[in-house]
Write a protein of this length. Structure first.
Length: 125
C-alpha cells in the first residue's frame, strides 16, 4: 500500500514537530522509506518543521539542526518552518517544493522571491 502512494509522487514533504525531538529523530526512517518506495531516487523533498508558532521554551529541535539535516541528506531542496494552525509559511512550503530553480522561466522579482533567492515569500494579499 505504501509503495503505491510513493510511485506517482513528483515530490515529498516530510514534516516534523519542532517541539518534539522524537519526531525529528524519526526522519532517517522516513528518508529510507522514500528511497525504498520512490522510482526516482532524486525526487525533490522538502523538510518542514511545524508548530513554529509555539513559544521558544517548548522548542526541542533547533532550526540549525534541521538545516544541517537538509544539507546532509540528498534530494532535500529546502527547510521551511511553518505553523499550520496560524497558516504561517504553509504556502511558502509548497512553493519551495514546486518552484525549483530549473522551473523558473524568468528571473522576475516575484519568481526570485518565491524561490527564496531574494527575500521571503508572502502569500498574504
Amino acid at each position: 500500500m505504501l509503495s503505491a502512494c510513493y510511485q506517482r509522487a513528483h515530490g515529498v514533504i516530510v514534516v516534523f514537530d519542532v517541539t518534539n525531538a522524537k519526531s525529528f529523530s524519526n526522519l532517517p526512517q522516513w528518508v529510507r522509506e522514500i528511497n525504498e518506495f520512490t522510482s526516482d531516487s532524486m525526487i525533490p523533498r522538502l523538510l518542514v518543521g511545524n508548530k513554529s508558532d509555539l513559544s521558544s521554551s517548548r522548542r526541542e529541535v533547533p532550526k540549525e539542526k534541521a538545516e544541517k539535516f537538509v544539507e546532509e541528506n540528498e534530494g532535500f531542496v529546502a527547510y521551511v518552518e511553518t505553523s499550520a494552525i496560524k497558516t504561517i509559511n504553509v504556502h511558502e512550503a509548497f512553493f519551495r517544493l514546486v518552484l525549483q530553480p530549473s522551473d523558473v522561466a524568468s528571473e522576475t522579482p516575484s519568481n526570485r522571491s518565491m524561490m527564496g533567492l531574494k527575500g521571503s515569500v508572502s502569500c498574504e494579499k
